[in-house]
Design a protein around this ligand. Structure first.
Ligand code: 3PG
Length: 217
């Protein structure tokens, strides 16, 4: 997909979702892996990168990617608090993804200028996010919480919401999600397997990213 988004401009959640069919969910344990991993994904055509705040090195990894890989757009995943949003923005993240939704996290992301993809798994959570003005949401954990059937059911009452299902999504089932009108993209960790990262097998990561180009929205 040819993107029109400048890698320097402020982003909307919809732009983050529309850049490619898959947003990789990345867990980094070593700062030295951050830049080659980001370059490997970009080489495979995937440049919206969600680095999860799950390891002590995550913020330093975001910083390194933001500084050294201008072709990538780095975001922070696992944003669960105001403090997470603030430190992610300081590190150079351009967007945030949260596993659930609170108004405090929504407001914090607005305050620091981060586009947010809030996580939801129930109708009430969708309504809370919508009340706060969020209409592009992450459905998490997608397979465990009902999969494509859940999204079909939501398309009635929540006709004005668009989703990025994440959790249990793979190259094999991504197409089924992407075929739904209320799905813009999917998220998944399969593009960045821990063993490939540990072995420095960047070619494999580029190949996994390139394999997603067969997916169509
Ligand atoms: C996440 O951690 O945000 C998602 O659970 C990633 O899920 P996956 O590992 O099943 O792709």
């Amino acid at each position: 997909m040819t993107s029109t988004i400048s890698t320097n401009a402020g982003l909307t959640a919809l732009q983050v979702m529309q850049d490619a069919p898959v947003i990789p969910v990345i867990v980094l344990n070593d700062v030295a892996h951050a830049v080659p991993m980001a370059r490997a994904l970009v080489a495979g055509g995937v440049r919206m990168l969600e680095v999860t705040l799950r390891t002590p090195q995550a913020l330093a990894c975001i910083e390194a990617i933001a500084r050294e890989v201008p072709e990538a757009v780095v975001g922070a995943g696992t944003v669960r608090s105001r403090a997470d949003a603030q430190s992610a923005a300081r590190a150079g993240a351009r967007f945030a993804v949260s596993p659930g939704y609170t108004s405090a996290v929504g407001q914090a992301c607005r305050d620091v200028g981060l586009a947010l993809l809030p996580g939801v798994a129930t109708g009430s959570e969708i309504m809370m996010a919508q009340e706060d003005g969020f209409t592009e949401l992450k459905f998490f954990p997608a397979m465990q919480a009902g999969g494509p059937a859940m999204l079909k059911a939501w398309s009635g009452p929540f006709f004005d919401v668009r989703f990025c299902p994440t959790g249990g999504v793979s190259l094999q089932n991504a197409g089924e999600f992407l075929a739904l009108p209320n799905v813009v993209c999917v998220g998944g960790s399969w593009l960045v397997p821990a063993d490939a990262m540990a072995a420095g097998d960047w070619k494999r990561i580029t190949q996994l990213a390139a394999d997603t180009s067969s997916l169509r929205k």
